[in-house]
Design a protein around this ligand. Structure first.
Ligand code: NAP
Length: 310
């Protein structure tokens, strides 16, 4: 008998996901009634985006799992009506996109590309940038995305220090953890990348005190989540020169309001939460595999730890 899979996301997502999801389910041998309008009590799985109209999971009495389309789960993990297992998105396409954004923006600052873009004034300026080997980068968060980015930067020659909650070992990366680890990780970082989830422990992790630990003129790249940074402290640190530039992809309020000081700040680059998107082709295969597992009685993968919030 076919199982019932509810696709609960914005209508425009259904347009891009329907065909790849149907194909991925067929590939793993799942016969499914897949749609956006299924009676809640008949739903077996919910493919889910936290900005969908489904916010109360109580009527989904039969659902075996909620399969998030996003890597970040801060908008659903605390939902008290959600009692089913919650899996987050881990997707090769998402990782590849993030690696491209992080390496691209790291190289922009490392090579002072802006100097040339804004300096086409007939003046022949000689400038030999340091090689990557002499530009320490710190990666805050060594999960799926942080690890992929740390490894890519290592391959380019950057000395990479990473920081996570638990102890880690990643070839070529200096791995630190804990409060003392954070201090050490920040103290050497000429470029710092935030790839942490938003939890009660990580909110405002970069604040006046921690920004002051960075070498003067350090560059911040935040493709993680906006509230990881105390905005007022960052603006003050940019104005004082403690921070040289911040390239921000994520914000407390999105879209970033037109009158937000970040837009006009000469040392801030705003990108519109485009660092990396879940890709329907690869993500559909991840969703289908978890449904196959559920139906085969195998454990789900990429489950969110509700206690730690990610
Ligand atoms: P992940 O696999 O869950 O990794 C999270 C990392 O953060 C882990 O290394 C974890 O440590 C560390 N961490 C969590 N809490 C910590 C704490 N209190 N102190 C120190 N380290 C802590 O997540 P991911 O897939 O890499 O994604 C990271 C985040 O990127 C997502 O949560 C999302 O917010 C963001 N994101 C943004 C975009 C975009 O387009 N801008 C796209 C996708 C994702 P442990 O390893 O010890 O658990």
């Amino acid at each position: 008998m076919p199982i019932n899979i509810l696709f609960a996301a914005k209508p425009e997502r259904w347009v891009t996901y329907e065909a790849p999801l149907r194909a991925a389910l067929a590939d793993v041998g799942i016969s499914a009634n897949l749609g956006t309008d299924i009676a809640p009590e008949e739903v077996d799985y919910i493919v889910y985006a936290p900005n969908s109209s489904v916010q109360d999971f109580t009527p989904y009495t039969r659902a075996k799992a909620v399969l998030n389309l996003w890597a970040g789960v801060e908008d659903v993990v605390g939902n008290k009506t959600l009692t089913q297992p919650l899996a987050r998105m881990v997707d090769d396409g998402l990782s590849q996109g993030m690696v491209e954004w992080v390496t691209g923006h790291t190289l922009r600052h490392h090579l002072s590309i802006d100097t040339y873009i804004h300096g086409q004034d007939g003046v022949w300026r000689t400038n030999t940038p340091p090689l990557a080997y002499d530009r320490p980068v710190t990666m805050l968060g060594l999960g799926e995305l942080g690890t992929a980015c740390a490894q890519a930067l290592t391959r380019l020659g950057f000395p990479v220090t990473g920081w996570s909650r638990s102890e880690k070992s990643i070839e070529g990366v200096t791995c630190l953890h804990g409060a003392d680890g954070l201090r050490r990780a920040l103290s050497t970082a000429e470029i710092v990348v935030l790839l942490l989830p938003l939890t009660s422990e990580t909110e405002n992790l970069l604040n006046a005190e921690t920004l002051a630990l960075l070498p003067r003129g350090a560059i911040i790249l935040n493709p993680g989540r906006g509230p990881l940074i105390d905005d007022d402290a960052l603006l003050a640190a940019l104005d004082s020169g403690q921070i040289g530039h911040a390239t921000l992809d994520v914000f407390r309020t999105e879209p970033l309001p037109k009158d937000h000081p970040y837009w006009a700040h000469p040392k801030v680059t705003v990108t519109p939460h485009c660092a990396s998107e879940t890709r329907p082709g690869t993500a559909s295969r991840v969703i289908a595999e978890n449904i196959r597992r559920g139906e085969a009685g195998e454990p789900f993968v990429h489950l969110v730890d509700r206690g730690s919030g990610y």
